[in-house]
Design a protein around this ligand. Sequence first.
Ligand SMILES: [Zn+2]
Length: 406
Amino acid sequence: MLTCCAQSKSRSVAAFLLISMLFSCILSSTSSEISDYEYQGSDPCEFIDDLSFDSNSANASITWQTDLGPRLPGSNASQNLRTSIIENLSDWTFEESSHQRENFTLTNLVGTFSPLNSTGQNVVFVAHYDSRYMAERDENESMRDKPIDGANDGGSGVAVLIELGKIIPQMNLNHDVTLFFSDAEDQGIPGGGYPLTWSYGAYAWVENLTESYKENISAYIVIDMIGDKYLDFTKVTDTSNQLWETIVPITAALGMMEEETDCNGEYGIEIFNPNRTRGVIDDHVPAHEAGIPAINFIDINYGEDAERWGGYWHTHEDTADKVSAESLGLIGNILEIGLKSSAWTLEPSQVNNVELDNNPTINSDSNLDYSTQKNIEKSRAVGYISIIIVSFILVLILMADISLKL
Ligand SMILES: [Zn+2]
């Protein structure tokens, strides 16, 4: 009997302590709601009449790239392409980094544009610039071991990033933009399997980022195989839903969504379908795995009425004539509007916004604020997990108590 009462008393004390912890967790998590943040973004239609992305120039780049020959890691063509990108984008600061993988050396090319009044937030655009070393899906078996042109698969993303890079310095942005031309995305062994032999360049880049650099990336947007004349794309797996939500109003404004009206009030055609998600292993995966908000624009039905992962994909038909200026222009316009409407930067506090507008030298302060907000987000997640664990323990104790009394 004594044992019973002593146990009961100690359980009551334990329950009281746990309930106190529970309340303190709830309080800490609700108080952090005040500093919650979300993507900014204004009406895309404000920018629709003043777009400067040059789709014809992007299209001309496709032929230029394929004329270089296969852009295999370590090749002269690969080197020449990097040199041309650096020469074309003279307002950008470029860095190359090389990594040894299997029987080749890959070289990532990363360009940064950081305006004087940058908040420190960083929107990263990614396209692989290597082309595939083989054509495993080609009808002609004797040609399957030959490298492909990679007009769409490689060339299209690079072409759009180069043209975007030319107009970004005139956009008066208040954050950093990074153009990441990744190498060795497409040197994988056919059929997949583990360990993955795809996206070596993107893995190498993400793995070598510092924590503070990673935390400042507000969006990591991959474009790959976006030049198909018959353009269509969906959401893909291992990406950020929050970031996909920012794409809906922009694609609707451009008439790329069947059930949404464009800036003229007319229904669009189905180019982007956000209600479908497809599994894709590509350069967004390493970023997503590292906790960076990432999405990927990729059209996996290459050619008219092509099946998923069918059509001209990984064949010798992936040539410049299959790519259209119009499709490159649509993707270019999404990226241009996204930047101009601040769709991919996070909402800083109102006070900070005012300070930033008036004082361009406040960079480090706003950086701190941004990191702090990220930390608040993390602590809230920890708070919620704590609530669940504490509640579970509490229920166990109460159940034990009841069963003893019974
Ligand atoms: Zn490919």
